[in-house]
Each structure stands twice: as structure tokens, then as C-alpha cells.
Design a protein. Structure first.
Length: 365
């Protein structure tokens, strides 16, 4: 058995064929365009996927906790609460599929319709994560980035109508984008460099040297959404600074000025939450773009960097939970609901009574 190295056949090294060590994979490079035997490194692979499996499972748990909280709270009645629930649902779908595919004993058979279906479903759910993030950026700009929406309170029916339009866009447009590579996958009419191929070992869209289908049909669409989000953030920030200057210069009554400042603080806090989420997603997306053109498995140092970064990306569910739920206001509400506040007060009163009763009494002479 010969080993293939960077497109050249190395006949000096011989290995025993073992199913756990070798795999057959379609290679598409300048000098390679066929199926070849490749030698894997089980130790490195198992170490990397051990971390990512645990990280994805953690993300699923914390995403479910975030969804349950917002479904049970009054936030679900607002457009922001509905969009956040939808965003977390899309993220949960993607991480659930990835977690399912991360285990060899549960992964469907290579080349099966289930494997192909999961690959395109994962593409769809990934696109919906970014479209719902785009919706939250549009909504924060729509409700705060114009003086009309800032000064007038929209009716609940109008908010419901707006959320329906958001849902049609966020759930519908990824269907269209996913349908395009799905059609080309079955037609097989594209040139080899952009031909849609399923990595049957991982049940994902193939991403390798010489093939840019995943970059064309997935990365490019996500890049457009990220650029759109960046523009909305910049414009909203400019308007936020403008309103802040107007409030400091206005000569209205103290009550009216305080009301406008309260609205500004509310939207600024929400904008800060979205900005943190945008930065985490942006850094993660940037690494995915770099990994499209650079093979991190070339040496041990970059392989460790890839393992660390993949684990970081798989913990996004935990980051979402921390950003939107680990806040003083929400923690106080949680304490009140579970009775921790009353329990603490009761403990303090009991402690005070105990200390009082233990004081020595002075008898009258």
C-alpha cells in the first residue's frame, strides 16, 4: 500500500491496509481528480472531536435553557423576544445535527439519502442562524435608527405583522439558497471546481483543495449577511450618538427629558447585546473563511489552533446564554420566582433573632 503526499505517490513507505486507518476519498487538485486511498491519524482526530462533541452538547443544553426562559417570560410578547427565540431555535437545530454527526456509531451510512439530507439540512439551518441575526440587526435599526419609530409606539398588531414578515424572510430565503446547490447536486452539470459534492464520511458539503462549491453556495451568502449587519450596526451607532447629543442639548421638561433618556438607555442595552453576539459570530465566521483557503492540518501547531478554535465555535450556545441571561436584572427575577429572596430574608431574620436571644439578660436589683 503506497501513501499519497501532496499529489505525488511516495513508494518508499508501505502500510498495512486497515479500515480504521485508511479511507477512500475523492481528491480534486491540480494533479488529482479521482478516488484515492488516504491514511488518517486516529489519535489526533479522536482528540479534536472529543472536545468538539462535548462543546456541542453543552451548546445544545444552554440553547434549550435560553429558549425555555424566553418562552416562559414576558419577553416572548415583544418582537425582540420572538426573534431571539427563533435565532436560538435555528442555532439549536444546527448544533443538534452536528452533535448527531459527531458520533461514529450514530452517523448514517455513507452515500445514503439520510446522509445527503442531513448535509443540506445543516446548510439550511446554518443559513437561518445568520438570517435571524440579520433580522435582529434590521429590527434594532428599524425601531431605533429612525426618529419616527423612536418617537411613536407601534401597535401590537403592527408588531405581529412585522414579525410575520421577519419569519418569512428568515425561514424562507435560506430555503431558496439551499435549493440552488441541491438542484446542482442532482444535475451534476457544474465544472469540477464548483461541483457540489457531499463529504460522505462527515455528511457535510465537501470543502477541499480545488473545490469551492461550499465557499460559493454557503460562505458567500453568509458574507453578504455579515456585511449587511455591519452596515446596520454602524448606522445605528451613528444615530444613537446623534440622539444622545440631542438629549443633552434639549430644553424640554425634566420628565420628558428623563423619558427620552430612559428609552435611549433601553435600546442602547439591547444594541450592546446584539453587538456582542455579532462579534462572536463574526470571529467564528472569519475563521471559517480562512480555513477554506488554508489547511490547518499541515503541521502540529496549526492543528492545535484549529482544535482550540473549533471548540470555541462549538460553544456558541453557552455564549448566547451568558450574553442574554446572565444579567443582574434577570438573576433578581429568577431569585424572586424560586423564592431565594424570601429564603435569604428569612435566614437573615432567623440569624438576627438567634443573636438577640443569645444576649445575656440583666436582672434588676
Amino acid at each position: 500500500m503506497t501513501e499519497i503526499d501532496e499529489g505525488k505517490v511516495n513508494v518508499t513507505k508501505h502500510y498495512t491496509v486497515d479500515q480504521s486507518v485508511y479511507c477512500i476519498e475523492h481528491a480534486l487538485k491540480k494533479t488529482m481528480n479521482s478516488f484515492y486511498f488516504f491514511r488518517g491519524f486516529p489519535e489526533q482526530t479522536q482528540t479534536k472531536f472529543l472536545y468538539t462533541r462535548v462543546a456541542m452538547a453543552i451548546s445544545c443544553v444552554f440553547l434549550m435553557l435560553t429558549i425555555l426562559y424566553y418562552c416562559c417570560s414576558n419577553e416572548k410578547q415583544t418582537v425582540f423576544g420572538k426573534t431571539l427565540i427563533s435565532y436560538c431555535t435555528a442555532s439549536f437545530m444546527a448544533f443538534l445535527v452536528l452533535c448527531y454527526l459527531a458520533f461514529d456509531d450514530t452517523r448514517p451510512e455513507a452515500g445514503s439519502p439520510i446522509c445527503t439530507g442531513l448535509a443540506f439540512f445543516l446548510l439550511y439551518s446554518t443559513l437561518t442562524i445568520f438570517t435571524w441575526m440579520n433580522v435582529m440587526c434590521i429590527d434594532i435599526y428599524w425601531t431605533f435608527g429612525s426618529s419616527k419609530s423612536f418617537s411613536s409606539r407601534q401597535h401590537r398588531s403592527k408588531e405581529l405583522k412585522r414579525f410575520v414578515l421577519y419569519s418569512l424572510y428568515a425561514w424562507g430565503s435560506p430555503l431558496v439558497v439551499t435549493a440552488i446547490p441541491l438542484i446542482f447536486y442532482h444535475l451534476d452539470v457544474l465544472p469540477p471546481s464548483i461541483q457540489v459534492i457531499i463529504n460522505e464520511k462527515k455528511c457535510l458539503l465537501y470543502k477541499g483543495d480545488g473545490n469551492y462549491a461550499q465557499f460559493l453556495f454557503s460562505t458567500m451568502a453568509l458574507a453578504l449577511l455579515e456585511i449587511c449587519n455591519l452596515i446596520l450596526f454602524v448606522r445605528t451607532t451613528i444615530y444613537c450618538l446623534k440622539v444622545k447629543r440631542e438629549i443633552s442639548k434639549m430644553n424640554d421638561t425634566h420628565a420628558l427629558k428623563g423619558e427620552r433618556r430612559q428609552k435611549l438607555n433601553k435600546f442602547r442595552d439591547r444594541f450592546g447585546l446584539l453587538l456582542k453576539l455579532f462579534l462572536i459570530m463574526g470571529v467564528s465566521f472569519l475563521f471559517e473563511v480562512v480555513s477554506t483557503f488554508f489547511d490547518f492540518k499541515k503541521n502540529s501547531t496549526t492543528a492545535v489552533v484549529e482544535t482550540i478554535w473549533d471548540t470555541f465555535n462549538c460553544l456558541q450556545g453557552l455564549f448566547i446564554f451568558v450574553i442574554f441571561l446572565v444579567k443582574r436584572r434577570i438573576l433578581k427575577k429568577f431569585e424572586q420566582k424560586v423564592g431565594l429572596t424570601r429564603l435569604r430574608k428569612f435566614s437573615l431574620v432567623s440569624s438576627a433573632m438567634t443573636q438577640t436571644s443569645s444576649l445575656p439578660t440583666i436582672s434588676k436589683q
